[in-house]
Design a protein around this ligand. Structure first.
Ligand SMILES: [Zn+2]
Length: 398
């Protein structure tokens, strides 16, 4: 089974946008009511009797509520059921310990509603435009940037800083075919992504430009009086620009991962450490020149958030993904296997201190990652300089 997601910008009429907001509002209300009911139930009954309150019981109450309250009936029932299901999932994740306890939803924060794919129809009108039929709302125009593939499972309408968007989940039969070959992917320093065959993937130039514009907009917002209309306007500009940057980055990640997975069946990546995801873009002491430092900072900052996205995309697009230990990949010589931090002559060039092998340091690391993908991991050979730092192990006398 292959699952794919499609996102389109919606162009609702003012009345339709009003209906979107209403549907999102009712779903938020349903979530909040059900959450409150669960808390109350837990405090008063469940802790004593052990009787559980689950999706089924709450969905039954929803049907009763719809019969009584007009504005709840005006919104698609499946959208409301999805809100209950989402709450049920949130509770399950919280009890498993993988997520925080569900919180009440606030107006204006992730306004969205989801309906079942069976109730949705998408049609193409012309080269640029299409339309979608949503329950209780009708046909809404959208920018049809690509064609759907597979069977629709669900559709979510959400309000982003760039307006209302539609995301559709599709599933189709079959497995991802193996195109053969293997490649190592390194999160580079000079370039965001480097393949072991030497292909670099660079971010579009507009990213740097957008970054500057966002920083400028942030400066303007911080100068304005907090809580004022002018300040809010400036903050909206910051969030719209940030959303645009995120969209471009995601598009780039899609393009890049599609290109990689079309060329190689097996993709070897570094195993992600959570430490890397929270690491700041600082650490510029070995940077020669401000511009380089800035650019590298940018690449890092982008990848700090983007790498997880890229890994997720690779894991569903590639035939096979192998995750390897990332330690010493940038200090190991891909030619002779020697580990030495001094081999990193600069940020971008690698010269082996033992055999004299020269390469771009990201390329060298990518080759190491590929090699680790098809060889079992062994501790890299340790040079005498590093040996002293290791704790001595006492062998017990028997
Ligand atoms: Zn070497």
């Amino acid at each position: 089974m292959i699952f794919r997601g499609f996102t389109f910008a919606l162009r609702p009429t003012p009345e339709q946008a009003e209906k979107f907001a209403q549907a999102a509002g009712v779903c938020r209300l349903v979530w909040n009511l059900a959450l409150e009911q669960r808390r109350h139930h837990w405090r008063n009954y469940q802790a004593r009797t052990g009787n559980n309150l689950n999706y089924v019981t709450q969905a039954r109450e929803l049907t009763a509520l719809r019969a009584e309250v007009d504005f709840i009936r005006e919104v698609s029932q499946t959208a409301e059921q999805y809100a209950l299901k989402a709450l049920d999932d949130a509770f399950r994740r919280a009890f498993k310990g993988t997520a925080a306890y569900p919180q009440p939803k606030k107006k204006g924060v992730h306004d969205a509603f989801t309906v079942n794919g069976r109730e949705v129809a998408v049609e193409r009108l012309n080269r640029r435009w299409g339309r979608v039929r949503l329950p209780k709302i009708g046909w809404v125009k959208l920018r049809m940037t690509r064609d759907l593939a597979g069977k629709m499972t669900e559709a979510t309408v959400s309000l982003t800083p760039l307006g209302w968007h539609l995301s559709i989940g599709c599933k189709s039969e079959g497995e991802v075919p193996d195109v053969g070959g293997a490649v190592g992917v390194d999160r580079g320093v000079a370039v965001p992504l480097m393949l072991s065959d030497g292909t670099p993937y660079r971010l579009p130039e507009t990213m740097a430009l957008l970054d500057r514009r966002i920083r400028k907009a942030q400066r303007i917002a911080s100068r304005r009086k907090r809580g004022s209309n002018r300040c809010r306007k400036a903050q909206r500009r910051v969030s719209a620009l940030s959303a645009k940057r995120a969209r471009i980055r995601k598009h780039w990640a899609h393009e890049t991962t599609t290109d990689i997975t079309r060329r190689f069946g097996t993709v070897v990546v570094e195993r992600l450490r959570t430490k890397d995801m929270t690491k700041s873009a600082a650490g510029t002491k070995e940077a020669p020149g401000r511009n380089v430092a800035q650019k590298r900072g940018l690449n890092r900052a982008i990848l700090n958030v983007g790498w997880h996205q890229i890994e997720t995309m690779l894991s569903y697009k590639a035939h096979r993904v192998v995750r390897v230990d990332p330690r010493y990949t940038s200090q190991t010589c891909s030619c002779c296997g020697t580990v030495d931090s001094r081999s990193r002559e600069s940020q971008s060039s690698f010269v082996c201190t033992a055999c004299g092998f020269r390469a771009n340091s990201d390329h060298n690391a990518a080759i190491n990652i590929l090699q680790r993908g098809n060889t079992p991991f062994v501790e890299p050979s340790i040079r005498p300089a590093m040996k002293r730092e290791l704790p001595s192990v006492e062998i017990p006398v028997l």
